[in-house]
Design a protein around this ligand. Structure first.
Ligand code: CP3
Length: 349
């Protein structure tokens, strides 16, 4: 683990420490995924997606695949944000072609039936083992990123039992039974600290908090359920692991991206493609490192537009600390050759 007294040498850690590098380091959300034939082969070997998440050897293998193929500057642990509700005692499965399904939380007794925050570790043991394998096997220049979902985003799946276009069931529970809703957020905040802390002990050098649905929180809800849990998790982790870099990803925050560093204590703010790089350089990067924010669709369409957009983003963020990334995950229909073109454009100008 890195501490504040050490000067980092890995490019991602240097950017996270606030250094402006001549070439931004690169990784990609969902870089291990279905667009890669080698991922599909390993997933078939594991049986299904969840079996892959809990098979430490194979989860480490798919994490390493994009590092071998592309030489990204960071690897992200292969797992899923929905493993945490399962570790707390909920049912979780994936419907082929549809996405995740969970048992639901609709009444006080459903929350009371879940395990306490510190009882997740037996269930998560295979994930921690994946991290240990990766910290042994990754090239010395590659940074290992651990992650968890943010409480609001994970709660939205626990309340609805599936993904929803507008997180309607979670917004409804928040309005109808505030105490229960707050109880879910509090349990997730505490268990996320436990989970990420163990990832760090196992060898994760950075952690990222994915709040994919932060943008649907309006008014005071954004402060209460996006900013406050991210702040509480960041503060608790930095107390336990001094100097640990934290990346916050409040997707869809729009103009509320301004001020996220200060509001959460995160070292880096990950930007989706809903804000322009020029705006974000002025209003967000002035406070610290930013990550992003090429639209994922360029990984499907490629060509000169991919090159032009990549150059524009690199240029816009060139005066401060920047980690090049997509605005969201790469999609299964992406062409692996377009990833090569993006990387060559970032590194070669
Ligand atoms: O970024 C990475 O490469 C690390 C691994 C990772 C996965 N999911 C693997 C995965 C990470 C960081 C996640 C985060 C995640 N999972 C989020 C937050 C980020 C985001 O994308 O907004 C969310 C909301 C989930 C929940 C989830 N997992 C959904 C809704 C789905 C189904 C949608 C889909 O893309 O199929 C998943 C499945 C999932 N998680 C896949 C992968 C590679 C695809 C599973 C497969 O192989 O079939």
């Amino acid at each position: 683990m890195m501490t504040t007294s050490q000067t980092p040498t890995k490019t991602i850690l240097r950017a996270l420490a606030g250094e402006t590098l001549p070439t931004p380091p690169i990784w990609m959300m969902r870089q291990a995924g279905r667009y890669l034939p080698e991922y599909r082969a390993t997933r078939a070997q594991a049986g299904d997606f969840l079996s892959l998440c809990y098979n430490s050897e194979l989860a480490a293998e798919v994490t390493l695949q994009p590092i071998r193929r592309y030489g990204f500057d960071a690897a992200i642990l292969f797992a899923d944000i929905l493993l945490l509700p399962q570790a707390l005692g909920m049912d979780l499965w994936f419907e082929t072609g549809e996405g995740p399904r969970l048992s639901t939380i609709t009444k006080d007794a459903d929350l009371a039936a879940l395990k306490p925050a510190d009882a997740i570790h037996d269930h998560m043991a295979p994930v921690y083992e994946t991290v240990r394998i990766l910290s042994r096997e990754l090239p010395s220049e590659t940074t290992l990123i651990g992650f968890a979902g943010a409480p609001w985003t994970v709660a939205s799946y626990m309340i609805a039992g599936k993904g929803t276009p507008d997180q309607g069931p979670a917004h409804a529970l928040k309005a109808e039974n505030r105490a229960l809703f707050q109880g879910i957020i509090d349990l997730l905040t505490a268990s996320t600290v436990e989970y990420l802390s163990m990832q760090v002990q196992a060898g994760a050098e950075v952690v990222k908090i994915f709040d994919s649905w932060a943008g649907t929180l309006q008014g005071a809800d954004f402060a209460d359920f996006a900013l406050e849990p991210a702040r509480a998790i960041t503060v608790a982790l930095k107390e336990r692991h001094p100097g640990l870099p934290v990346i916050a990803f409040p997707r869809g925050a729009g103009e509320r991206y301004a001020g996220i560093h200060a509001a959460t204590g995160a070292d880096c703010v990950a930007l989706d493609d809903g804000v322009s790089a020029e705006w974000a350089a002025e209003h967000v990067q002035k406070d610290g490192c930013v990550q992003g924010n090429l639209a994922s669709s360029h990984m499907v369409t490629g060509g000169q537009a991919l090159v032009d957009e990549t150059r524009r983003i690199v240029r816009a963020f060139s005066k401060g600390p920047h980690i090049f990334n997509l605005g969201h995950g790469i999609t299964p229909d992406a062409d692996p050759e377009n990833v090569t073109l993006m990387i060559e454009t970032v590194r070669g100008g």
